[in-house]
Design a binder for this molecule. Structure first.
Ligand code: SF4
Length: 293
């Protein structure tokens, strides 16, 4: 896979946010080589002059992210140091080029070195995060989230084009659970076809629970026009019944049925749904808007 990499510098790196459970977000990269066709962050291209269609083909590296982070964090008052920090909301901080740039690692090392007392939550699709396990373990209040949308690597490959396989991500949860670091699984988006394949959703919950993870975030798919366009392209050759599930996925009845399935299945696997509900970007538009602050 060829990806355009552009080294750039940022003016600021810690952004205020009202995402549930996060006071601040940190995004050391703009763009994402994992190229998920459902990604709502795809419009971020507008900030670097990239059209929405090219999402997944570029990565802008904020090379000064670590020093900027250290400087901005040093200005936090004692009270503000209790705030929660989330890494990252509109990119994956552990995609391939992180091996070279180590920005996520540098940011975690700053948090560790300064004994940052507030919750530090990370979310990734990448096993690369395991390289930073020791640093994460050294934080006073870490929380490691892994996005897992399916147990089926073929489905994952279709929608999460260059992301690490679903099965490898499940193992990441196990690694962190074995190290006794708190974890959660982010099931986002909740694939619409689960409505007609409940055994697949059951399997997903079962595989997550087997790793020792107890908490899940679940989010309905965002079918805004700019995302639907990319999804339609991704599903050009999909089976008609799969396409039909996505066509009806914006209907309230469809979303309600999916939510009911989640609410009844999760407790059977000992899983707690964070915020006690399936997040719906339309119902929770403000929270989603805040992702991009
Ligand atoms: S990994 Fe996350 S940020 Fe990257 S393309 Fe996929 S959904 Fe978007």
């Amino acid at each position: 896979m060829n990806i355009k990499i552009v080294e750039t510098t940022a003016k600021s790196i810690i952004s205020a946010s009202k995402i549930p459970d996060a006071d601040y977000v940190v995004n050391p990269y703009t763009g994402c080589s994992f190229a998920c066709s459902y990604c709502y962050a795809s419009f971020m291209g507008r900030f670097v002059g990239e059209p929405i269609e090219t999402w997944g083909s570029y990565l802008y590296v904020k090379t000064n992210a670590v020093e900027l982070f250290e400087r901005e964090l040093a200005r936090f008052s004692t009270a503000r140091r209790k705030s929660s920090i989330f890494l990252s909301s509109v990119t994956d901080a552990w995609q391939g080029p992180e091996k070279k740039y180590r920005l996520a690692r540098g940011i975690l090392q700053v948090l560790s070195k300064t004994r940052y007392p507030g919750p530090v939550s990370i979310l990734t699709k990448s096993p690369l995060v395991q390289d930073d396990l020791a640093t994460i373990a050294s934080l006073p209040a870490p929380d490691v989230g892994v996005t897992i949308t399916s147990t089926d690597d073929a489905i994952s490959r279709a929608f999460e084009v260059h992301a690490p396989s679903a099965s490898s991500r499940i193992e990441v949860l196990r690694t962190f659970n074995n190290a006794e670091i708190p974890t959660y699984a982010f099931i986002g988006p909740l694939f619409p076809h689960f409505r007609f394949l409940p055994n697949k959703l059951e399997e997903l919950f079962s595989r997550i629970a087997e790793t020792g993870t107890k908490r899940i975030y679940v989010e309905q798919i965002n079918l805004s026009a700019y995302i639907r366009k990319r999804l339609d392209t991704a599903m050009r050759e999909s089976a008609p019944d799969l396409v039909a599930a996505y066509t009806s996925a914006d209907e309230a009845e469809h979303r309600r049925a999916l939510e009911e399935m989640v609410q009844s299945m999760a407790p059977r696997h000992g899983l707690t749904i964070r915020r006690s509900t399936v997040i719906d970007h339309r119902r929770d538009a403000k929270a989603i808007k805040d992702l991009f602050q």
